[in-house]
Write a protein that binds this ligand. Structure first.
Ligand SMILES: Cc1cc2nc3c(=O)[nH]c(=O)nc-3n(C[C@H](O)[C@H](O)[C@H](O)COP(=O)(O)O)c2cc1C
Length: 200
């Protein structure tokens, strides 16, 4: 079995947000897919260690900002490399509100969805939410960003000096060392050893 086969699956990139007890929070995910058209439902998988996951479980509502190819790396760092447990991610970020009063990004976003969670499934590391789309709008004609576009054009390429070690294929973090500990978790994007590749 070659786990790299799974890299051939294609994804988009999204900022999924929610609000509970006046705390707004959101994070970057690539796991949003429409699953039915009538009614319009999507599935959204979020890692249990993310504050966003906790808050969606409590609020049972979520918004999805569909990121466009114009989104800079700084936006991924802001929503994807730090936790809302340590910072208020919506200070100094332009956003608008959905009808459910959830934030969505007003820039670098080609569309937004406003959703109600109707079901969820515990997958171990992640919770899979099934959500009904109660509202959605197209915001621009820019192309939606794919995961492969992010890897090719947005994520900084590794320094030439970091020639040995392990690279996180999700965010580009480099672990310098011959052996990657089996329980290693990327300090930036929280992905595990299965998402690292040997370099050098
Ligand atoms: C390109 C990229 C893709 C990511 N994809 C996912 C994902 O599919 N699911 C997930 O739970 N986290 C994903 N993350 C990681 C979260 O965005 C990250 O852990 C975030 O800091 C969690 O923030 P929170 O604790 O405020 O919710 C991704 C991060 C990046 C940069």
């Amino acid at each position: 079995m070659n786990p790299k086969a799974l890299f051939q699956l294609s994804y988009g990139l999204y900022m999924v947000a929610t609000k509970h007890d006046k705390k707004m929070n959101g994070c970057i995910i690539n796991t949003v897919t429409q699953v039915t058209d009538n009614p319009k439902q999507i599935m959204v998988a979020v890692n249990k260690s993310n504050l966003t996951c906790d808050l969606i479980q409590k609020s049972k509502i979520l918004s999805v900002s569909v990121l466009s190819e114009t989104a800079p790396f700084s936006l991924f760092k802001h929503f994807g490399f730090q936790s809302g447990r340590d910072t208020d991610k919506f200070v100094d970020v332009p956003f608008s509100m959905t009808k459910q009063e959830l934030p969505y990004l007003s820039g670098d976003t080609t569309a937004f969805l406003d959703c109600k969670v109707v079901n969820s499934l515990d997958l171990g590391s992640h919770i899979l939410f099934i959500a009904l789309v109660s509202d959605c709008e197209v915001l621009s004609n820019n192309k939606a960003m794919t995961y492969s576009f992010y890897h090719e054009f947005v994520k900084p390429q590794p320094e030439a000096s970091a020639s040995k070690g392990w690279r996180c294929t999700v965010c580009g973090y480099i672990y310098e060392g011959e052996e990657l500990p089996l329980d290693f978790v990327c300090p930036l994007c929280k992905h595990g050893v299965e998402d690292f590749e040997k370099i050098g």
